[in-house]
Design a binder for this molecule. Sequence first.
Ligand SMILES: *[C@@H]1O[C@H](CO)[C@@H](O)[C@H](O)[C@H]1NC(C)=O
Ligand SMILES: *[C@@H]1O[C@H](CO)[C@@H](O)[C@H](O)[C@H]1NC(C)=O
Ligand SMILES: *[C@@H]1O[C@H](CO)[C@@H](O)[C@H](O)[C@H]1NC(C)=O
Ligand SMILES: *[C@@H]1O[C@H](CO)[C@@H](O)[C@H](O)[C@H]1NC(C)=O
Length: 389
Amino acid sequence: MLPQASSPVYRAIQFAIVVCGAYFVFALLFSPSEPQKWPRPSLHLSKDGFRDPKLEHIQNDTLGFEHIYAIGLKERTDKRDFLNLAASVTGIKVQWVDGVHIDELEQKALPVGYNLSTMVPSIIACWRAHMNALNRVLENSYSTALIMEDDADWDLNIKSQLTEFARGLHALKANASTDNAPYGTAWDVLWIGGCSSTAGVNETEFYVIPNDPTVPSFSRRHTWSGPKDRWVEMYPEESTRFVYKAERGCCTFGYAVTQRGARKILAALSLDHVDVPVDIAMAELCGGENGRDRLECYAPYPNIVGTFRQGGPAYRNSDIVSNDDQSLQVAHSENMVYSSRLNIHRVLAGKPALSQWEEEAPWSPKELPENLEEFPYPRGYLVNELDGE
Ligand SMILES: *[C@@H]1O[C@H](CO)[C@@H](O)[C@H](O)[C@H]1NC(C)=O
Ligand SMILES: *[C@@H]1O[C@H](CO)[C@@H](O)[C@H](O)[C@H]1NC(C)=O
Ligand SMILES: *[C@@H]1O[C@H](CO)[C@@H](O)[C@H](O)[C@H]1NC(C)=O
Ligand SMILES: *[C@@H]1O[C@H](CO)[C@@H](O)[C@H](O)[C@H]1NC(C)=O
């Protein structure tokens, strides 16, 4: 039985226009914004030319994770071709995990909360595909793995971005790295790809990367929530990337798990209960909401992995919601500047990559150098609000 067009569930998923996720959750948490005595950066880590050997593995073809999976339906060969190409030009290797069809779902195999006759089955199929990917992480005993969806897109500078993200993680978390795990393994989820993220309500420490050339200006973004109001009073949201301990994320375009994280997510979302789409359920875990034990999640804002929407009729976007939306959209990639997909032909032709809007901002040039290693990426630093008190 399909959900009625008037049911709340159906209405909720009309907005879901990618494979999994893009369920627009507007975080309702607002930070108090009384004036703060703002500290000067207490730990400025900028050391130009200094390379940290622990972080060098981020340059490898699994981005310093032990493995990368991409989830997608086998028959969406168009999406597989495109993601494989984008990965290839970025120097990334992915292994595919097949998406799940609704006729493969069995009510008796579902956790408490999911009901095939009252929920949109493709939302449950999406959850199952993510659970299958987590199973693969456990079966292979990977210490860390990045899981992406087949619409994922990223900036051509992703290796520089992730190196600085890892520095942020180490600054926020003593002992985060070891020689063979550039991000460390003492966390559950790194929610690097999604539509948005939210800083934890009690967090006072955050890492800032000011004037990040890969941060799209605010008017070009589709994010919400994010850092606390107090933080953006000091560091302009427009041009800064923030890294923090997150209590929420949205959309599962790309997230990393440790072995520990994969186990906890499976325990919570398969053994226990789940009654919402998988990305919202993961947000519950990061926030410790809805009776969940809290997972340790970190996120950048804006997110580093976004989603690509191809040009043409909108119905081709999603394998969750089938509709006949013939409205035409222009190809675009959300929340990134130098999209690997939008630049694919330029990169193959040996031309320098462009900002997707072919425009520059004071912190972000219109064009990348041909050799990405010549593109300077700024160093960030840790800020602790309490230092100034
Ligand atoms: C990349 O680096 C990570 C972290 O050191 C490592 O676990 C992984 O095996 C490396 N991947 C490849 C393909 O070398
Ligand atoms: C699923 O929903 C239907 C309709 O409300 C109900 O009859 C059925 O008992 C539910 N199944 C489970 C397993 O909750
Ligand atoms: C860092 O690791 C060392 C060695 O494992 C340990 O002794 C120390 O307590 C750790 N520090 C923190 C802050 O976790
Ligand atoms: C935030 O701090 C308050 C007050 O100490 C505490 O009650 C609450 O549980 C904390 N929330 C989280 C998510 O840690």
